[in-house]
Design a protein around this ligand. Structure first.
Ligand code: GLU
Ligand code: MG
Length: 447
């Protein structure tokens, strides 16, 4: 039997003249996977799911259970605006199920759903609003693997130096057609670097939106003979790309449980507990929210990315920033976690962030005093006095921390934890043995 929502999807697909449906899901490292079916199979897909072989998906099946089903989530139906009419394609994001109909514990979307269910049982909905930064490079720079920024613009610059304002507007339009409400777009600090922010939502929808966002940006950029990259630090010596994430817990009635008008920062005790939990788990959390070798080239002093585990309001070097609430808008009380970058799998990142915060609530942790100075400028002694520790300096260090963090291991679940660590240790090992340009410049002649 089809639910009403599923019936509506069938009707919409008919009315929209859809020819193909792209069924999407995500692997452990956050790569989007896709199975395309002709529209006549949509009813079957909604009723029974679509069979696929999960054995070659990163972090998915053990050989003995490679048969899986994609179960489309009807709430995620939308048209892909760049496909021509004769091939009109809708996309639906799917949950992955095992043959016995149970959700597959290796599906990152399931991991986030489980975390959100834990929050719901405590009476909360977890909302997130990511600010995704990215670079646009000239397409013809691709073969040399040397990124050439497409412009020389800077922060908030407007044309003619910001050649991408047209591209950004086109991206915003495409996202709008796919049901994602863009709130702002601007040139970021570095040449060729941009940011587009979309409206916050519950963390599951936000994570779906992050995936949609990334391939939409890539698709629109390509039309302009540019390529978009979400690599955290593509160019040495200039800013990297972050995915700062604004977070709040709302009650099931829709009130912002992070808001307290009496508090100096407008935050409730619950918000402080949540923040303290994220600070306590920050070093292990890094492995999940900043999960590539390159992520740690971004988390260095001087580029508005966090390095030190502290919090504040005006301090952009802090790990967690408290943006000022718009007057009278209690829904805007929130915590901005600044260490995530867009190379993360947003489902796993939000799940881990939520469990870390919930642990802070459960243990009634309190954060240290705020730091309102630029933490990049403190010397080691000052930092030690203020008890400020640092984020891991490498992916390897972050993985070592993750292996010691029982809360985050539980957040990922046994299956994903193992697959994730296996993939990421291999990535680190592959990197570790490289002989880099830097080494050649530094040593070749002098040694
Ligand atoms: N690009 C910076 C980062 O890597 C952030 C700049 C900003 O504050 O928006 O986190
Ligand atoms: Mg920014």
């Amino acid at each position: 039997m089809l639910t009403n929502e599923e019936k509506e999807v069938l009707e919409k697909a008919k009315a929209d003249g859809v020819k193909f449906v792209s069924l999407q899901f995500t692997d452990v490292v956050g790569t989007i996977k896709n199975v395309t079916i002709p529209v006549w199979r949509l009813e079957e897909a909604l009723k029974y799911g679509i069979w696929f072989d999960g054995s070659s998906i990163e972090g998915f099946a053990r050989i003995c259970e490679s048969d899986m089903f994609l179960k489309p989530d009807p709430a995620t139906y939308c048209l892909l605006p760049w496909e021509p009419e004769e091939r009109r394609t809708a996309r639906i994001i799917c949950d992955v199920h095992r043959l016995d109909g149970q959700p597959f514990e290796g599906d990152p979307r399931f991991v986030l759903k489980r975390a959100m269910e834990a929050a719901r049982r405590k009476g909360y909905i977890y909302n997130t609003g990511p600010e995704i930064e990215f670079f646009l490079f000239k397409m013809d720079s691709l073969p040399q693997v040397r990124p050439v920024p497409h412009d020389v613009g800077g922060y908030f610059d407007f044309s003619p130096r910001d050649l991408a304002s047209e591209v950004r507007e086109e991206i915003a339009l495409a996202l709008g057609q796919m049901g994602i409400e863009v709130e702002m777009g601007h040139h970021e600090c570095a040449p060729g670097q941009h940011e587009i922010d979309f409206r916050y939502d519950n963390a599951l929808t936000s994570a779906d939106n992050c995936m949609t966002f990334k391939y939409t940006v890539k698709a629109v950029a390509r039309k302009h003979n540019l390529y978009a990259t979400f690599m955290p630090k593509p160019i040495f010596g200039v800013e990297g790309s972050g995915m700062h994430t604004h977070q709040s817990l709302f009650t099931l009635e829709g009130d912002n449980a992070f808001f307290d008008p009496e508090d100096r920062y407008g935050l409730s005790k619950l918000a402080y507990n949540f923040m303290a939990g994220q600070m306590e788990h920050a070093r292990a959390l890094a492995a999940i929210v900043a999960p590539t070798v390159n992520s740690y080239k971004r988390l260095t002093p001087g580029y508005e990315a966090p390095v030190y585990i502290c919090w504040g309001q005006i301090n952009r070097s802090a790990l967690i920033r408290i943006p000022r609430c718009s007057p009278g808008r209690k829904d805007t009380a929130r915590l901005e976690l600044r260490c995530p970058d867009p190379s993360c799998n947003p489902y796993l990142a939000f799940a881990a962030m939520l469990w870390a915060g919930l642990d802070g609530i459960e243990r009634a942790l309190t954060p240290p005093s705020p730091v309102e100075q630029n933490a990049y400028e403190f010397d080691d002694l000052t930092r030690r006095k203020l008890n400020i520790t640092t984020l891991p300096g490498t992916l390897e260090e972050a993985l070592d921390e993750l292996e010691r963090d029982e809360v985050l291991k539980k957040a990922l679940g046994e299956h994903i934890y193992r697959a994730f660590v296996r993939a990421k240790r291999a990535e680190w090992e592959e990197y570790r043995v490289q002989v880099t340009d830097w080494e050649l410049r530094r040593y070749l002649e002098v040694l």
